[in-house]
Design a binder for this molecule. Structure first.
Ligand SMILES: [Fe+2]
Length: 243
């Protein structure tokens, strides 16, 4: 797969449907590879937590493929015949890799104490390779696919697709995605995304997003986000009256 040359930054950037979720996925993959590398299988609780993390990542990767196939590839094919062909193939390869990685997780779970370290190392290496392949693939989508989308559709049309895609996502997947996406975005991207969400979500649901932001962001970043959104930070709890 050849990569296009680096495009010059644009004065008025176009709507990038890939960037936020891909930033989240990159961070999620890096974090998971690190966790597997730090796990030795001696501590059963840590091992279970690590394997659950791998399974959550694989689930979100599968969902991500599905969202792109359903919402983005038809747009690409309408814009230009075969525009999505390479990514279609890559998604099939990724689905096979995901199934294989699930087998690797199962092998770690089933391994006796003497075989567990080796099974974990295999999982670690194969997850790292899966991450590497996804980095190449995401770069392709963010450059080649975006070029096609931007040449064929307005930002308003792309935003319609974005909103339809987001509305198709269940509450649990959305919360877990935001948990990884919010810390992976730049402050400006965070403010832009949450401003858009505030305009489109019921107030109660948006309060939940703000609570999640507080939970996953460093204090300074959370404060900058509230400031950027024009939201009053919650008052500190007043001390209990002395009896
Ligand atoms: Fe993709």
């Amino acid at each position: 797969m050849s990569h296009p040359s680096h495009a010059a930054p644009q004065a008025m950037p176009r709507l990038d449907l890939y960037a936020p979720i891909h930033k989240a996925l990159r961070a999620w993959m890096f974090d998971t590879v690190l966790r597997v590398g730090r796990t030795d299988g001696v501590d059963a609780a840590v091992l279970q937590q690590t394997l659950s993390r791998v399974e959550s990542l694989l689930l979100i990767c599968e969902a991500h493929i599905h969202h792109e196939q359903v919402f983005l590839h038809p747009l690409l094919e309408q814009a230009r015949h075969h525009a999505a062909r390479e990514a279609d193939q890559a998604h099939l390869d990724h689905a096979r890799e995901i199934a294989r990685l699930r087998d690797r997780v199962w092998q770690v779970r089933e391994a006796g104490a003497d075989m567990r370290g080796g099974a974990l190392m295999t999982l670690y290496r194969e997850l790292a390779l899966f991450t590497a392949e996804n980095l190449t693939h995401m770069h392709w989508e963010e450059t080649v696919h975006n070029e096609t989308l931007w040449a064929s559709y307005t930002d308003a049309q792309l935003m319609q697709t974005h909103d339809a895609l987001v509305q198709s996502i269940g509450a649990q997947e959305m919360a877990e995605t935001l948990r990884h996406m919010l810390p992976a975005l730049s402050p400006c991207e965070r403010i832009g995304m949450l401003s858009d969400m505030r305009a489109k979500m019921p107030p109660g649901a948006f309060e939940g997003v703000l609570a999640l932001a507080h939970e996953v962001l460093p204090v300074h970043d959370a404060a900058a986000l509230l400031h950027g959104l024009g939201v009053q930070p919650p008052l500190p709890m007043s001390p209990a009256p002395a009896l």
